[in-house]
Ligand binder design. Structure first.
Ligand code: 6CS
Length: 288
């Protein structure tokens, strides 16, 4: 549980979060207005994140940043909830964690896809991005798509567990034993440098951030991955919290309209226009 600042506040956050979970668990599916009121009482929203810059990031001092939490903080503030408290989770554990009330929302770049839209209540789109692969300089295996990885029996691809890139690789026909689950960005780059994988796949802005920090002339980016869709995320809520999601959407629309949304996401490299030119219905029914 990572809080903005101060160990006293952290202890309070953990206690309050535990009490909130206990109450929520004890009273069964709260009405969404109750959820919003409970969050106002709590004074913060417990969010699930991955710690994958620029989508989500936790600074060494515990400060939660990244485009997704910053948009969430701006919207929740307008709803009368001043702060967010983050828990780091693997992508594949985010929806189960949300459903188990480990967090109140997922604001992590969790891309909207039909199967996820069936499991959670997404907000309207927030962050959009294409897919990329980091490879050794010169791209020795000539990998430009997930199908290229599938076709080459020597090629191993790293991707986040339960993440979109893992699923795309498997759907393209890469055998399970050549799709390597990577726990975090730094591990992925190290595995690529050590030759344990031949490609590491994340969204373009995440790979760009990692390669900039790695500063390794022996690596390069293949972007976009040929044939992979552009995805957009939204804030994800529990299915029975649709009124909370609707309240979030109302304020999200207001900051999109006012220009505040662009001011938050564009310094991180995201296009406000991309998110504002699509919608949840389209993304939740797209065949990807
Ligand atoms: O939604 C997902 O599954 C993907 N989203 C991001 C921001 N990074 C990797 C992950 O697989």
């Amino acid at each position: 549980m990572i809080r903005q600042n101060g160990s006293r506040r952290l202890r309070f956050a953990i206690l309050a979060a535990t009490l909130a979970t206990a109450v929520a668990g004890a009273t069964g599916p709260a009405s969404a207005q109750d959820t919003l009121n409970a969050l106002k009482e709590q004074g913060f929203v417990r969010i699930g994140i991955a710690n994958e810059p620029p989508y989500t990031a936790v600074k060494p001092d515990g400060t939660v940043t990244g485009a997704a939490p910053e948009v969430a903080r701006a919207v929740f503030k307008r709803l009368g909830i001043p702060d967010v408290v983050a828990s780091i989770s693997e992508y594949g554990a985010m929806i189960p964690g949300l459903q188990a009330k480990r967090f109140d929302a997922v604001t992590a770049g969790l891309f909207m896809k039909p199967e996820r839209c069936r499991a959670v209540a997404y907000s309207e789109p927030i962050l959009c991005d294409a897919e990329a692969m980091a490879v050794k300089k010169g791209n020795p295996l000539s990998l430009a798509s997930y199908e290229d990885v599938a076709k080459n029996p020597k090629a191993r691809i790293g991707a986040p567990g339960g993440g979109t890139e893992e699923r795309l690789a498997l759907q393209a026909g890469v055998p399970r034993d050549r799709v390597i689950v990577v726990p975090d960005g730094q591990s992925g780059i190290k595995m690529l440098q050590d030759g344990r994988i031949d490609a590491y796949s994340l969204p373009v802005l995440s790979i760009n951030d990692l390669l900039k920090k790695a500063n390794d002339p022996g690596l390069e980016t293949i972007a976009p991955v040929r044939g992979a869709p552009v995805y957009c995320d939204g804030a994800a809520f529990r299915k029975n919290d649709t009124a909370l999601r609707d309240a979030f959407d109302k304020e999200l629309a207001a900051i999109k309209e006012s220009g505040e949304f662009a001011k938050i996401v564009e310094p991180y490299g995201f296009s406000a226009k991309a998110a504002m030119s699509t919608n949840r219905d389209k993304l939740c029914t797209a065949s990807q």
